[in-house]
Ligand binder design. Structure first.
Ligand code: NAG
Ligand code: NAG
Ligand code: CU
Length: 323
C-alpha cells in the first residue's frame, strides 16, 4: 500500500528531478509571480521568468546555458514585472532546496530602451548586486548562504540598488552547489522594468557575460569541500566580478556584509568614470547623448556620440551607454 502511494507520488516527477531544481517564483514589491514551469509544455505559459527546461545542474561554466539555464530566448508570451529601485525582490526555489553548501549570488543586466524580449541572454552583460558565500565556520562544516536560503523557506530576498539607472533589466538569481565537484550552477532569470532609479551605471570591470564570468579553475568553483584544506579554511572566494557599488559611498551597499569572503572589499571599485578620457563628439548635427543616455545598439537611431567627457560604452548588442 505504502509503496503504491509512493509510486503515484513519484510519477509527478521526471526521474531524479526532485534532487535539483531552480527558482520557481518571485515576490516583487508584494506581488507574487509564478515562474516558468520547467516540465510543462511551453504552450500558453506566460510569466516574467525566462523559459528554462531542466532541473538538472549546469556543471561546466563554459556551458552556453549558464546565463539563465536557457537557450537565450524569451517565451512566446513573455512578461516583464515592474520593480522600484531600492525595493526588495524575493526568489523562491522549489521546496525544500536540497543543497545547503554554496553561495547565493544575484546579478542584473541592462537590456536597452524597449524590452528585454528580443535580447539573447548569452549576449547580456551582467553586474553583481549581491553575493553571499561562507557565512561562518569552515568550508567543510560551516554555514553557507545556500543553507540560509533553505532555512528561510527556500527563498532569498535581495534589494535592487537604489542607484541603478531606470530601465529594462534581467535579474539573475543563482546558487552554486559545492557538495560535488565539478560544482553545480543553478541560475534562472526574470525580466524587470526598474523605475525610480539612480544614475550609477556599472563600470566595465563589473560587467561579465555568461558563459565567460566564471572559470572552472576559479577558487570558488574548483573547491573540494571534503579535502584536507577545507577542514581549516574559513574564507571562500565567491566567483564572478566585484559587486556593483558606489564611488561616493552614498548608495546602499549589498546586504551581504556578513559574508566571509575575500573577493569583496567594496566601495573602491566604481571610480573609473572620473578618469574617462575626453572623446570628440562625432554625431552629425552635433547631437550628443547625455551621461547614462543611450548611444548605440541594434535599431538605435539616436545620437551615437556622448557629451564630454563621457564615452560611449557597449553594454550588449542592443545597448550602448554614455558612461
Ligand atoms: C526571509 O524572507 C523574507 C521574505 O519572505 C525576508 O523579508 C526576510 O528578510 C528573510 N530573512 C532573512 C534572514 O534573510
Ligand atoms: C514560502 O514559499 C512559497 C513558494 O515556494 C510561497 O508560496 C509562500 O508564500 C512562502 N511562505 C512564506 C511564509 O513566505
Ligand atoms: Cu541537486
Amino acid at each position: 500500500m505504502l509503496l503504491s502511494t509512493l509510486v503515484v507520488g513519484a510519477s509527478f516527477y521526471v526521474g531524479g528531478v526532485a534532487a535539483h531544481g531552480g527558482v520557481v517564483a518571485y515576490n516583487i514589491g508584494g506581488t507574487y509571480y509564478d515562474g516558468w514551469k520547467a516540465y510543462n509544455s511551453a504552450a500558453g505559459q506566460t510569466t516574467i521568468q525566462r523559459p528554462w527546461e531542466t532541473y538538472n545542474p549546469i556543471q561546466d561554466p563554459t556551458d552556453t546555458t549558464l546565463a539563465c539555464n536557457d537557450n537565450g530566448a524569451a517565451g512566446a508570451l513573455q512578461l516583464t514585472a515592474q520593480a522600484k529601485a531600492g525595493s526588495a525582490i524575493t526568489a523562491y526555489w522549489n521546496q525544500v532546496w536540497p543543497h545547503n553548501t554554496g553561495p547565493v549570488i544575484v546579478y542584473l543586466s541592462q537590456c536597452g530602451a524597449s524590452s528585454c524580449n528580443s535580447v539573447d541572454t548569452k549576449t547580456s552583460k551582467w553586474f553583481k548586486i549581491e553575493e553571499a558565500g561562507l557565512l561562518s565556520g569552515t568550508v567543510e562544516k560551516g554555514s553557507w548562504a545556500a543553507g540560509k536560503m533553505i532555512d528561510n523557506n527556500s527563498s532569498w530576498t535581495t534589494t535592487i540598488p537604489a542607484s541603478v539607472p531606470s530601465g529594462q533589466y534581467f535579474i539573475r538569481f543563482e546558487t552554486i552547489a559545492l557538495h560535488s565537484l565539478p560544482a553545480q550552477f543553478y541560475p534562472e532569470c526574470a525580466q524587470l522594468e526598474i523605475t525610480n532609479g539612480g544614475s550609477l551605471a556599472p563600470t566595465a570591470d563589473q560587467l561579465v557575460t555568461f558563459p565567460g564570468g566564471y572559470k572552472a579553475s576559479d577558487p570558488g568553483v574548483n573547491i573540494d569541500i571534503y579535502g584536507e584544506a577545507a577542514k581549516t579554511q574559513t574564507t571562500y572566494v565567491i566567483p564572478g566580478p566585484k559587486v556593483y557599488g558606489s564611488s561616493g559611498g552614498s548608495t546602499p551597499q549589498p546586504t551581504s556584509s556578513t559574508t566571509a569572503t575575500t573577493s569583496t572589499t567594496t566601495t573602491t571599485s566604481a571610480t573609473t568614470t572620473t578618469t574617462t578620457t575626453t572623446s570628440t563628439p562625432t554625431a552629425t548635427g552635433g547631437v550628443t547623448a547625455p551621461q547614462y543616455g543611450q548611444c548605440g545598439g541594434t535599431g538605435w537611431t539616436g545620437p551615437t556620440a556622448c557629451a564630454s567627457p563621457y564615452k560611449c560604452t557597449k553594454l550588449n548588442d542592443y545597448y550602448s551607454q554614455c558612461i
